[in-house]
Design a protein around this ligand. Structure first.
Ligand SMILES: [Zn+2]
Ligand SMILES: [Zn+2]
Length: 281
């Protein structure tokens, strides 16, 4: 098992990890901290709130239940685009309908603030029928978010054009977050013009992510969020280790450097944008 990275230098002001999967223990990555440990470590590093994100019915129910009694966690619920074709394979279209109903029932709970992560993943899904299922699922999630006034959290992997097209066709909900934003500066400005938020993960610290850093510079202060997507996407200098919210200061400091923005001001922006995106946390 790899060693757990040390606590990063705490941030001068608290920030919110707007996207994590506390319930995911990925054996390939090795054991990370459990949910309660992860939150305690996060507090020590100045991360006092997190958004816990579900990817299927079971993990969405877990997220809603976990957030329910806590004041440091809110939840997002959805069927991940990569899970949708699997549900149909396993349980048929009736199973998928039942799964949408279950997600909608969870979405109305008070500590569930968002519908997501939903969207399109063309990186892992190449089959045209499976992509068609993702399109339909994305539209269904947009509809749930709008009817219940929930924030839409988008997973967009190699699918920018279709994501933007479907948002236009359906009409976007009032609050939209691109989780692990991966577009370029042009797309960043497109999102900011519409009042959508772009959430940056540890990827922004990776050497190869020059285009992403250009997008980060192109965005106005009010469009920025930060996330871990833990246990994935661990920031430099701990890339390869298990990610957790307490490592987010590495990402926030990199963002401040890239934008040449004072760190405390950026932290305050991230906090107020998180509250705007996910309600009072
Ligand atoms: Zn994602
Ligand atoms: Zn995620």
């Amino acid at each position: 098992m790899r060693e757990r990275p040390p606590i990063a230098d705490p941030l001068p002001r608290p920030v919110v990890d707007t996207h994590c999967h506390l319930d995911v223990v990925d054996r390939q990555l090795g054991d990370g901290p459990g949910p309660d440990d992860a939150l305690a470590l996060a507090r020590d590093a100045g991360i006092t709130r997190v958004v816990q994100v579900g990817c299927d019915v079971a993990s969405s129910a877990w997220a809603a239940d976990f957030a329910g009694p806590r004041d440091d966690v809110v939840a997002a619920v959805a069927l991940h685009p990569n899970d949708v074709p699997r549900i149909v394979e396993r349980e048929g279209h009736a199973g998928l309908e039942a799964a949408f109903d279950a997600i909608e029932a969870l979405a109305v709970r008070p500590r569930v603030r968002a519908v997501g992560e939903t969207g399109l993943d063309y990186y892992r899904t190449r089959d045209e029928d499976a992509r068609a299922l993702q399109h339909d699922s994305f539209r269904r999630h947009i509809d749930i978010a709008k009817r219940h006034d929930r924030t839409l959290v988008i997973h967009d992997r190699d699918a920018h054009a279709d994501i933007l097209r479907i948002l236009d066709e359906e009409g976007a909900p009032d609050r939209v977050v691109f989780h692990c934003f991966s577009g370029d500066a042009v797309m960043a400005r497109h999102c900011a013009d519409r009042g959508w938020l772009c959430s940056f993960a540890g990827v922004v610290t990776y050497k190869s992510a020059e285009g992403l850093r250009e997008a980060l510079v192109a965005l106005p202060r009010e469009a920025l969020l930060v996330e871990t997507d833990a246990p994935y996407l661990t920031p430099v200098p701990h890339r390869g280790a298990v990610n957790a919210s307490y490592l987010i200061p590495h990402t926030v400091r990199a963002m401040a450097d890239v934008r040449a923005q004072p760190l405390d001001q950026l932290c305050d922006d991230l906090w107020s944008n998180s509250e705007r995106a996910f309600g009072p946390l």
